[in-house]
Design a protein around this ligand. Structure first.
Ligand code: SAH
Length: 221
């Protein structure tokens, strides 16, 4: 990358972290965001925009999420460091990298195999060793690794998939965008011995979650 681009990245990065800090108060989350090089998870021709606060296209019609939302969603999991976390929608692998700095182990699933492979390779290259990436199976999530203390869904769902509630440990938290294909509400579900507690965290917009319990996989993504 040319020196002037490196300078732009450094300036953008400082400004972006300041912007995220207005919404995300957990210093562990801010620290993790400041340590993960977002540009490495992006196509080369877009890297100069890596620290602008917006989602950007990766491949296969998918996107790397907006950094502010990554901060909000990560904070909503309330991680202490000893958790097993499941991410649905590996995409670029960026969110998985952030989670890996905040939890003991991360399982991330992606339905588009080449994206899963690319994310897995860059995560390994950058030394995020407590992350396993899988190509998603038929059921949403990764039941083989359940139960999870935290589940984060980085794609939009019409409702909370029951299969994910089943994969969540009692005491665990599920963070998921729920709504229409155009606009969703970020929702946190806490699974308590007495049932599920639901909290709305604000509007957001994600690419669709496809599969049983979400949108049909045959529909355009
Ligand atoms: N977390 C990603 C952004 C993901 S975009 C990042 O940090 O870059 C949402 C991703 O969810 C897309 O790559 C899409 O292919 C994937 N996806 C959609 N439905 C899925 C499902 N049922 N299981 C796993 N991944 C799914």
């Amino acid at each position: 990358m040319a020196t002037n681009e490196t300078g732009k990245l450094a300036r953008d990065r400082t400004a972006l972290l300041a912007e995220i800090a207005t919404e995300t108060k957990d210093p562990r989350v801010i620290d993790a965001l400041s340590r993960v090089p977002r540009e490495r998870f992006m196509p080369e021709d877009l890297r100069e925009f890596a620290y602008e606060n917006r989602p950007l296209p990766i491949a296969y019609g998918q996107t790397i999420s907006q950094p502010l939302i990554v901060g909000m969603m990560t904070e909503a999991l309330m991680l202490k460091g000893d958790e097993r976390v499941l991410e649905i929608g590996t995409g670029s692998g960026y969110q998985a990298a952030v989670l890996s700095l905040l939890a003991a182990h991360v399982v991330s699933v992606e339905r588009i195999a080449p994206l899963a492979e690319r994310a897995s390779a860059i995560l390994r290259e950058l030394g995020y060793e407590n992350v396993e990436v899988h190509v998603a199976g038929e059921e949403i999530g990764w039941p083989e690794g359940a139960p999870y203390d935290g589940i984060i869904v980085t794609a939009a769902s019409p409702d909370v998939p029951l299969s994910l509630l089943r994969q969540l440990a009692t005491g665990g938290r599920l963070v998921i965008p729920v709504g229409s294909r155009e606009l969703q509400e970020l929702v946190r579900i806490e699974k308590t011995p007495g049932g599920a507690k639901r909290q709305n965290l604000g509007p957001c917009r994600f690419v669709p979650l496809l599969g049983p319990g979400a949108w049909p996989a045959g529909s355009p993504s």
